[in-house]
Write a protein that binds this ligand. Structure first.
Ligand code: CAA
Length: 291
């Protein structure tokens, strides 16, 4: 099935990145959020990030203008109903995602495919509560969306082949590469990445190393582009904790227990870059480790 109109629910870090790459690939995007302020910020972020690509000669100014013109914003979730594809990219809380799919029900076109950008929650369970589990998939982008090559495709138990093939082709049109994961907690990337980040927090918690020494060790010793604590701040510590909880609950194995220090940072509201404080303090000119 040919996809042309794409609804994106949630205009945060992931939703704005998803709107960015879809509009540049020629799709018509309808971006939704509950707050006008978030929509305004998302449009400014998309403009700034496409401008970076223009400055590096990767996108022409004409393509940028055309892409920006293809994105419309709305506070009305139900107006996304007729889109060919709707991608939910709201916060990583099952109740929030559930409420979005409930609200969309009854407004969808018969052919509409539903997808969730969830980084860990069961696709089968999210799909089972909609009227179209066969047209429901996990469609997991990595952050920063415009830069990262991978999109994970996750089939729920009921997802049909036509839906899988359609989203597979969408990834190709975006110029990205897909990997296919079975629907088990946190899929592939986060199943491997989050325990590493959690272990880095334990390494800090137990005093084995400081924030600086842990991040430098993994950058210089394992050639990671970012240290694990810097990366945790980049992803959001609330998201990291939510994913560890899904792994812990879903696989019932103590090896996935979230580090108490990670929980403490989240309790403090120190969620990383988005709140200007996490394992680093971003309020000054250069990030300063908080431990
Ligand atoms: N939009 C568009 N372009 C962007 C961008 C954005 N938001 N952010 C960076 N770029 C571009 C830059 O313009 C630059 O382009 P060129 O290659 O053409 O020069 C390139 O990306 C590299 O950027 P910078 O030079 O500014 O910075 P860098 O070299 O330090 O790289 C980084 C930044 C790409 C983020 C790199 O540090 C990196 O790869 N970090 C790891 C990211 C990662 O692991 N992401 C996955 C997180 S897990 C996840 O997302 C799943 C989940 O569910 C939690």
């Amino acid at each position: 099935m040919a996809i042309q109109t794409v609804g994106v629910v949630g205009a945060g870090q992931m939703g704005s990145g998803i709107a960015h790459v879809f509009s540049l690939a020629g799709y018509d995007v309808l971006l939704n959020d509950i707050a006008q302020d978030s929509l305004d910020k998302a449009m400014a972020t998309i403009d700034r990030n496409i401008e970076r690509q223009v400055a590096r000669g990767k996108v022409t100014p004409e393509d940028k203008s055309a892409a920006m013109a293809r994105i419309r914003t709305t506070l009305d979730l139900t107006s996304l109903g007729p889109c060919d594809l709707i991608i939910e990219a709201a916060t990583e809380k099952e109740a929030v995602k559930q409420a979005i799919f409930d609200k969309l029900a009854g407004h969808l076109a018969p052919h509409t495919i539903l997808a969730s950008n969830t980084s860990s929650i069961s696709i089968t369970r999210l799909a089972s509560r909609t009227d179209r589990p066969e047209k429901f998939m996990g469609f997991h982008f990595m952050n920063p969306v415009p830069v990262m090559q991978l999109v994970e495709l996750i089939r729920g138990i009921a997802t049909d082949k036509a839906t899988y093939d359609t989203l597979h082709d969408v990834v190709v049109r975006l110029g990205k590469t897909s990997s296919t994961s079975e629907d088990f907690p946190a899929f592939i990337v986060n199943r491997i990445l989050m325990p590493m980040i959690n272990e880095a927090v334990y390494t800090l918690y137990e005093g084995v190393g400081s924030v600086k020494s842990i991040d430098e060790s993994m950058k210089l010793g394992a050639n990671h582009p970012m240290g694990p604590l810097e990366l945790a701040d980049f992803i959001g510590l609330d998201t990291c904790l939510a994913i560890m909880n899904v792994l812990h609950d879903g696989l019932a194995d103590t090896k996935y227990r979230p580090c108490p220090l990670l929980t403490k940072y989240v309790e403090a509201g120190w969620l990383g870059r988005k709140t200007q404080r996490g394992f680093y303090d971003y309020r000054g000119d250069v990030p300063v480790p908080t431990r």
